[in-house]
Design a protein around this ligand. Structure first.
Ligand code: OFO
Length: 164
C-alpha cells in the first residue's frame, strides 16, 4: 500500500513524462516542417520513449493497486529559433526531469518506501543517459555549426542516432 504523498508525486511524474512526450512531438513536427527530417525522426522516436516512461509509472501504480490519475497536460511550445535552440531546450528539459526524479527519490527515502525507492532507480539511471545524450547533441550541433551546408550535416548526424 503506497502512502498518499508518494501516490501524488508518482501521478505528477506521469504528467511530466507525458508533457515531455508532447514537447518532443512538437519539436519533431517543427523539424519536419523546416525540412530537418533526421532531427524530426529522432525526436519522434524519443517522444515514444517518454510515453513509455509514463506507462512504466502507471504500471507500477496498477501493480500496487493504486488508481492512476491522469492529469491535464499543458500545451507545449511549438516555435523554435533553430536546431540548436530545439536541442538546448531538450537538454534544459531533461535537467528539470532529473530534478523531479531526484525529489521523488528523496520523498521515498523520507517515507521509508523502499519498494518505490528501488523502482525509481531505473529512472535515475535513465536520466543520467538522457542528459549525456542531449548534452552530446548540443555540443555536436555547436561543433558542426548551423550555417549553410552545416545544417544538412547536423541533420544527417541526428538521423543516424539511436533515439533510445
Ligand atoms: Fe527524458 O526522461 Fe523520461 O524519465
Amino acid at each position: 500500500m503506497l502512502q498518499k504523498e508518494v501516490i501524488k508525486a508518482l501521478n505528477d511524474q506521469i504528467a511530466k513524462e507525458m508533457f515531455a512526450s508532447n514537447l518532443y512531438l512538437s519539436m519533431s513536427s517543427w523539424c519536419y516542417t523546416n525540412k530537418l527530417e533526421g532531427a524530426g525522426k529522432f525526436l519522434f522516436e524519443h517522444a515514444q520513449d517518454e510515453s513509455e516512461h509514463a506507462k512504466k509509472l502507471m504500471k507500477y501504480l496498477n501493480e500496487t493497486d493504486t488508481e492512476v490519475e491522469i492529469q491535464q497536460i499543458e500545451k507545449p511550445e511549438n516555435k523554435f529559433k533553430s536546431l540548436l535552440d530545439v536541442f538546448e531546450k531538450t537538454y534544459e528539459h531533461e535537467l528539470k526531469v532529473t530534478a523531479s526524479i531526484n525529489a521523488l527519490v528523496d520523498l521515498t527515502l523520507a517515507k521509508k518506501d523502499h519498494s518505490t525507492f528501488n523502482f525509481l532507480q531505473w529512472y535515475v539511471a535513465e536520466q543520467h543517459e538522457e542528459e549525456a545524450l542531449f548534452r552530446g547533441i548540443v555540443d555536436k550541433i555547436k561543433l558542426i555549426g548551423e550555417a549553410g551546408d552545416s545544417m544538412y550535416f547536423a541533420d544527417q548526424y541526428l538521423g543516424s542516432l539511436n533515439a533510445h
